[in-house]
Design a protein around this ligand. Structure first.
Ligand code: SF4
Ligand code: ZN
Length: 144
């Protein structure tokens, strides 16, 4: 076990984000891989008890994506951290970024009814803020 990773998981915000990620991937796996063999994950975060009693039950592929996301979150250099979808220095491998983007697109709207209403609202508000910022960019260039 990497001690530094364990230290990171002692941070409340990091642990919260990892739990939310696990919950969102659970929603995706429930909806997409119900027919696959699934079991409680054995990721570094799970071994450290980050998920408490709500340890995700995932297929092996989703578990690997969760393990990757745990590491990215643990070593995120951004402070304050934006949602990864709006990060200007995205640190995910391209294929992981695409996988997480699709997963979030599926799980985000469903998360509201699955115990993640506050996180869903935060996500929706931040997405709206970034959409507005993006919409203003061409206008600024045009007026300068
Ligand atoms: S994508 Fe950006 S916000 Fe997300 S973990 Fe990587 S550096 Fe941090
Ligand atoms: Zn799965």
């Amino acid at each position: 076990m990497n001690d530094s990773f364990a230290d990171k998981m002692n941070d409340r915000d990091v642990a919260h984000d990892v739990r939310v990620l696990g919950g969102f991937i659970q929603i995706w796996c429930d909806g997409s891989h119900e027919d696959l063999e699934r079991s409680r994950v054995d990721t570094r975060g799970a071994v450290l008890g980050v998920y408490g009693r709500k340890i995700p039950r995932l297929c092996p592929d989703c578990e690997a994506h969760l393990a990757y996301g745990e590491m990215r979150r643990a070593y995120c250099p951004k402070d304050p951290k934006p949602f990864c979808a709006h990060c200007d220095t995205h640190c995910y491998r391209p294929e992981e970024r695409e996988w997480h983007r699709q997963m979030m697109r599926y799980s985000g709207p469903k998360s509201w009814r699955k115990g993640y209403a506050i996180d869903g609202i935060k996500h929706a508000l931040e997405a709206r803020k970034y959409r507005k910022m993006a919409a203003r960019l061409p206008a600024k260039r045009g007026t300068s």
